[in-house]
Design a binder for this molecule. Structure first.
Ligand SMILES: Cc1ncc(COP(=O)(O)O)c(C=O)c1O
Length: 413
């Protein structure tokens, strides 16, 4: 390291307490601070080991510090980091080719987060409708309980009012329908709608899979009214359900698809995918971002995509998902006082608590953490499991053991 860099600043001791002192309190992180990871293994500052069934909220799909991704990132870090949009770069061109070859899409726009990808998709829909039909076609339809990000536009489109309270005035012309309710969709989607945005598998909203008939109805209504169908696959995509993208499981093709999270395995990168015709709407100067698709992000995303989009890899995700599901169904059956059902797809599962345990998913999360396992919640009534896609059968068995021990601890207390 350069002798002029003050390494004491880089290595100064910090604790969980430091979070409360210097970070804006938007989160309430766990009491322990993870410092090192490998695959599904994590260690905290005290050296305690955890089995990670969160993968950083469905992000580190290939596991922490995956050697193939580390090698690609390191190689690119020693080659070229960043250019800005006045120049393109080889990794982003290769990533664009790979993503469009692997999906329905002809064109890709790269940015840095799921919210930004959705923001781009929504702006595209507005601009396309303005140009083709006129400014009256501006309404956006989304689902209650959906989550699409935290920018003012995406949080307003999202269907959880707790995330918009206090941020008013919100952007107008956004309506919400009941997820998986065809009548609600028919009532809301008319000629003034420019976009319908939906998660084919609702993640944050409680791990709720979309019904095929509902998603097909949205497709049909969009065809009828000229609205664009946007699939938000930020959480459900990149192999999580055993398909590269979840739309492939339904065989329903959206007009626009957004991807983030696992696309970069933890390196910030996101994509909005669409067709030639729609992409033409976002002409030069109409949208952009400084970092989107920079050589570092594109190299990581391409490496992740090439690893996940292999028949054997996706077949194993389906197999592991089936194993995790049957294991959790057995667990739920053995703890009927706590859980009522398992839902989800592939390696994104939600364990739904009973009425008696309503509001207590965080208690289960904390008990698991005490026993050396990290799990997510999806609201206060659902424990969410989203292990890395490389999870082994032995790790699934270990997760089962730890969860049972944690439930026993809670029931004893
Ligand atoms: C379905 C979905 N869309 C969008 C987002 C927002 O992504 P980001 O936090 O990268 O902005 C999330 C994050 O949880 C998500 O689950």
């Amino acid at each position: 390291m350069n002798a002029n860099v003050d390494t004491t600043a880089l290595n100064r001791p910090v604790t969980r307490q430091t979070f409360d002192e210097v970070l804006v309190p938007t989160y309430a992180p766990a009491a322990m601070v993870p410092v090192r990871g490998a695959g599904l293994d994590l260690w905290d500052q005290a050296g305690k080991h955890y089995l990670d069934f969160t993968s950083g909220i469905a992000v580190a799909a290939l596991g922490h510090c995956n050697p193939v991704v580390v090698e690609a990132l390191t190689r690119q870090a020693n080659t070229l980091w960043h250019l800005g949009n006045g120049y393109t770069n080889e990794p982003v061109l290769r990533l664009g080719l790979a993503l469009t070859e692997a999906t329905f899409a002809d064109r890709a726009f790269f940015c840095n987060s799921g919210a930004e990808a959705n923001e781009a998709a929504l702006k595209l829909a507005r601009k396309y409708a303005h140009a083709k039909f006129g400014p009256q076609k501006s309404r956006i339809v989304s689902c209650y309980q959906s989550f699409h990000g935290r920018t003012l536009f995406t949080v307003s489109v999202g269907g959880q009012s707790k995330y918009t309270e206090g941020f008013e005035p919100l952007p107008p012309s956004i309506d919400h329908i009941v997820y998986n309710d065809i009548a609600s969709a028919r009532a809301a989607i008319g000629d003034d709608v420019c976009a319908v945005i939906v998660e084919p598998l609702q993640g944050e909203g409680g791990v709720v899979p979309g019904d095929k008939a509902f998603l097909q109805e949205l497709r049909d209504l969009c065809n009828k009214t000229g609205a664009l169908l946007i699939f938000d696959e930020v959480q459900s995509g990149m192999g999580r359900t055993g398909y590269l993208f979840n739309y492939m499981a339904y065989d329903i093709i959206p007009d626009v698809l957004t991807s983030a999270k696992a696309l970069g395995n933890g390196f910030p990168v996101a994509a909005m995918l669409t067709t030639h015709e729609l992409a033409a709407t976002l002409n030069v100067g109409s949208h952009g971002t400084t970092y989107g698709g920079n050589p570092m992000a594109a190299t990581v995303a391409l490496t992740v995509l090439e690893t996940i989009n292999q028949p054997a890899f996706l077949a194993r995700v389906k197999e592991a998902g089936g194993k995790l599901r049957s294991t959790m169904e057995k667990l739920v059956g053995d703890y009927p006082q706590v859980f009522q059902l398992v839902r989800g797809a592939g390696l994104l599962l939600g364990l739904v608590v009973t009425d008696a345990w309503k509001g207590r998913s965080k208690d289960i999360q904390k008990a698991a953490e005490a026993n050396g396992m990290m799990v997510l919640i999806a609201g206060m009534d659902v424990v969410r499991l989203a292990p890395a896609l490389i999870v082994s059968d032995q790790q699934i068995a270990e997760a089962d053991r730890i969860l049972r021990k944690s439930l026993d601890d809670l029931l004893k207390a």
